[in-house]
Design a protein around this ligand. Structure first.
Ligand code: AMP
Ligand code: ZN
Length: 112
């Protein structure tokens, strides 16, 4: 059994509310939503973060980003949305399996 939480979600060992799937990606609702819509999009394959994913398989990173856009459209975030990938300790990445946050549904605070 993997000790990676998101690999365990991919394997069906940890429950998640899945909202979008492709052969190479999975999207599910964040357990601690920071916006009315807050979904995480991940590659099914384990990569530690988007930097490692970009190095190993840039096409898969593109698939993750396209899936994130598909989620935003499916969730009808017509007013706009934010795609965010925390990468490494300075960004506060807590789950070390590459993921993109899709957030929207209200006016989001600026980033600084
Ligand atoms: P990050 O801080 O960018 O690494 O984001 C990790 C995200 O995973 C956080 O927003 C958490 O709320 C979310 N999260 C942690 N555990 C789960 C889970 N079991 N199901 C869904 N989302 C989770
Ligand atoms: Zn993993």
């Amino acid at each position: 059994m993997s000790d990676c939480l998101f690999c365990r979600i991919v394997a069906g060992e940890v429950p998640a509310t899945v909202v979008h799937e492709t052969p190479t990606t999975l999207a599910f609702r964040d357990i601690g939503p920071q916006a009315p819509t807050h979904v995480l999009v991940i590659p099914r394959e384990h990569h530690d973060d988007v930097g490692a994913l970009s190095d190993a398989d840039p096409g898969l990173l593109a698939s993750v980003m396209s899936a994130a856009v598909a989620v935003a459209r499916q969730e009808q975030l017509s007013g706009g949305y934010r795609l965010l990938a925390n990468t490494g300790d300075d960004a506060g990445q807590t789950v070390h399996h590459a993921h993109v946050h899709v957030m929207g549904g209200h006016r989001l605070a600026g980033l600084g």
